[in-house]
Write a protein that binds this ligand. Structure first.
Ligand SMILES: C[S@@+](CC[C@H](N)C(=O)[O-])C[C@H]1O[C@@H](n2cnc3c(N)ncnc32)[C@H](O)[C@@H]1O
Length: 475
């Protein structure tokens, strides 16, 4: 406890010495009793728009601020990209120990994580058929470390291990298990703690409403923003936000905050599966963003069985940017099929079901079926697809719900009981969503009397707007 509080105090002192302004109305709080590490809490009432803290840009742990960026050419960082570049810088600063300007930061950052990367096989198995199991990316991260990061460390060994005669040897040793583990640790910290730092002078192309394109956002350099990264999040309970000013990053209250309340940031509308992957925790408040992914492989299998799979049509759909590796089914409130089913999935199914003549006709005009006009055959196919997707989970929804008693507030790193329960909550959420969609499709099939009674309704004029309905943007 003393070490925990002491590290927190030393961190705040360092931050103030680095030029940060911290409101006397907030404090760092030990929230380990709630399995939430540290958090920031209001000690007095705070008004809307009030400044909570101001971090000078020079205190951000970033490529720009690290001495490495003076010694390693910018082109090398450009090749590495924002994620690997920051890992390189964090490794360098971490290995410098107390000599690093950010030593106090590292002492409040965790060395152990609950994120999926660190789950054992039997814990991951509890997620059953959740698509997140295939998105953990441990092997691909390892590959990037070995093929991209370590060659840079070797090339600049004399900089990375400055004043060390053993520099080349040490660079070679970065391939050791222990060092790869350290790289994963830095990667995990970035995933759960780093910000995409908007530059003080924006070079971004913005549209007429002032929004930058997604590509522009992806290219933003990443940085660890001290104290801002101590804020927890709980879906739409966010009451603070980071504002990017010319010389500082300002955390401000978005609404009045009462003394004793926790100050929450916004990690984005993440489904619980992704929250577990990136942040290693979940709360019920994120259930509203749950997603089930239906893979393209499953659609292909079912379409082949139904003898409607056509390479030529897939090629056309690909040209039209409809083909993806998977399609999202999302929660909607109030629930509608239209909102919950990805429009691309509906268009894909409807296109495969088109009679040859109609397909050729639409193709000639460069058009697609409209996602909001689901035919009876399309509804039946989607119903089968959702049933098959549901059957991929090893246990039934009823069985899961029967013996689920919530996520236990049991402590410590790697609690199996807690991980099993979090996995079960994720798969229950996914199965509930699938069941809701399955029931709605079955009802639609019954209402419309099956394929023979309702011929497809082709709209030959309207252009299809993709991505506008049902497809939730992932953070
Ligand atoms: C940006 S950090 C926030 C500071 C963190 N609590 C700490 O002590 O270092 C993100 C991490 O905080 C934890 N976290 C954030 N919000 C949480 C919440 N509502 N409940 C539990 N843990 C939370 C998760 O471990 C997550 O990976």
């Amino acid at each position: 406890m003393a070490d925990f509080d002491g590290a927190g105090q030393a961190f705040l002192s360092w931050l103030q010495q680095s030029g940060a302004e911290i409101s006397p109305k907030i404090k760092l709080e030990d929230l380990r009793h709630a399995q939430a590490g540290r958090g920031v809490v209001a000690t007095q009432d705070i008004a809307e728009h009030e400044l909570l803290f101001r971090i000078p840009r020079s205190a951000i742990l970033s490529v720009e601020n690290s001495i490495l960026s003076k010694e390693i050419p910018a082109a090398t960082f450009d090749t590495l990209g924002p994620w690997l570049s920051l890992i390189l810088v964090m490794l360098y600063e971490y290995l410098n120990g107390d000599a690093s300007n950010w030593a106090a930061c590292f002492s409040v950052l965790p060395s152990e994580f609950e994120t999926l990367m660190y789950w054992t096989e039997d814990e991951l198995a509890e997620l059953q058929a959740s698509a997140v199991v295939n998105k953990i990316g441990k092997e691909s991260a390892n590959e990037m470390f070995l093929e991209q990061l370590i060659p840079v460390i070797k090339e600049f060994a004399h900089v990375f291990f400055a004043d060390d005669d053993r520099a080349p040897q040490k660079a070679e040793e970065m391939r050791d298990e222990r060092n790869l583990t350290l790289m994963h640790r830095m990667g995990s910290l970035i995933m759960a703690y780093a910000f995409d730092v908007e530059p003080s002078v924006s070079h971004k192309d913005v549209d007429e409403e002032g929004y930058a394109s997604e590509d522009e956002d992806e290219a933003l350099p990443k940085g660890m923003v001290p104290l801002a990264d101590m804020l927890n999040a709980d879906a739409d309970r966010n009451n603070a936000r980071l504002f990017y000013e010319a010389d500082s990053l300002d955390m401000k209250a978005l609404k009045p905050i009462r003394a004793g309340d926790e100050i929450y940031n916004d990690y984005g509308p993440l489904p619980r599966s992704d929250l577990l992957r990136r942040y290693g925790y979940i709360t019920d408040n994120y259930a509203q963003y749950d997603v089930v992914e239906v893979s393209m492989d499953l659609v292909t299998d079912l379409a082949t069985t139904a003898s409607i799979y056509s390479e030529a049509r897939i090629e056309y759909l690909d040209e039209k940017e409809v083909i993806d590796t998977g399609y999202d089914i999302t929660v909607s409130d109030p629930f509608t099929l239209q909102e919950s089913l990805s429009p691309e999935l509906v268009v894909l199914v409807e296109t495969l079901l088109l009679p040859d003549e109609e397909f050729e006709h639409l193709k000639m005009k460069g058009k697609l079926p409209k996602p909001e006009r689901m035919t009876s055959k399309g509804t039946e196919f989607l119903h089968r697809l959702v049933q098959t997707r549901l059957a991929q989970y090893a246990s039934s929804l009823d069985d899961d719900v029967r013996d689920f008693t919530g996520i236990p507030n049991v402590g410590g790193h790697g609690s199996k009981e807690r991980r099993f329960a979090m996995a079960k909550a994720v798969r229950i959420g996914e199965k509930r969503l699938l069941k809701q969609v399955e029931d709605a499709l079955a009802e639609k099939v019954a209402r419309e009397g099956g394929a023979s009674k309702r011929p497809r309704d082709v709209d030959e004029e309207g252009d299809v707007e993709m991505g506008g309905t049902g497809k939730r943007q992932r953070a």
